[in-house]
Design a protein around this ligand. Structure first.
Ligand code: HEC
Length: 148
């Protein structure tokens, strides 16, 4: 019993000491402002309902389509198509593999067939190589650039 009470006393003593230390470290109970801001951001509503058209905020400006239109075929091939066609990823026909491309061109019935496949997607290739912002003309130019 004596030992038990002694241990209990020591533990209570330690608890009091820890409590005092904790109070001195965080005396005002303030939280880190960065943490507070992040918490507020996480608690923001994901959407809002407007009952009056005039309240609706302007839609964000569409992606710079002028910049998109200016992308050259070579640029598109490197940044979009090259992800698969440079290395033959997912069994994509490799750029520069003339035999593979000639075979595909024949099977697809010419350049138009290849372009249609690139626009609509084929097998593991997503439509437009996965970049929906590309126009039909840009995809055609990219196919032509790849064949070169
Ligand atoms: C995610 C990987 C991936 C990307 C990105 C990709 N391709 Fe492909 N592509 C493939 C694969 C895989 C095939 C072979 C599909 C098959 O034979 O089933 C293919 C086949 C093709 C073919 C041959 C179609 C046919 O009729 O045989 C063309 C043309 C082509 N891609 C053009 C493009 C162009 C242009 C781009 C960029 C705008 C592009 N690809 C981006 C994976 C990709």
């Amino acid at each position: 019993m004596v030992t038990f009470l002694a241990v209990l006393g020591v533990l209570v003593g330690i608890a009091v000491v820890i409590g005092v230390i904790a109070n001195t470290i965080d005396a005002e109970g303030e939280m880190d402002p960065v943490t507070l801001q992040k918490t507020a951001e996480r608690l923001e509503p994901v959407g809002a309902v407007y009952t009056d058209a005039s309240q609706v905020p302007a839609a964000p400006a569409p992606k710079a389509s002028a910049a998109n239109a200016a992308r050259s075929a070579e640029d598109i091939v490197q940044t979009v198509c090259g992800a698969c066609h440079n290395s033959g990823l997912l069994n994509a026909p490799k750029i520069g593999d003339a035999a593979a491309w000639a075979e595909r061109k024949k099977a697809a019935g010419g350049l138009d067939g290849l372009v249609t496949a690139a626009i609509n997607g084929m097998g593991s290739m997503p439509p437009r190589g996965g970049d929906a912002s590309l126009t039909d003309e840009q995809v055609r130019a990219a196919v032509e650039a790849m064949l070169k």
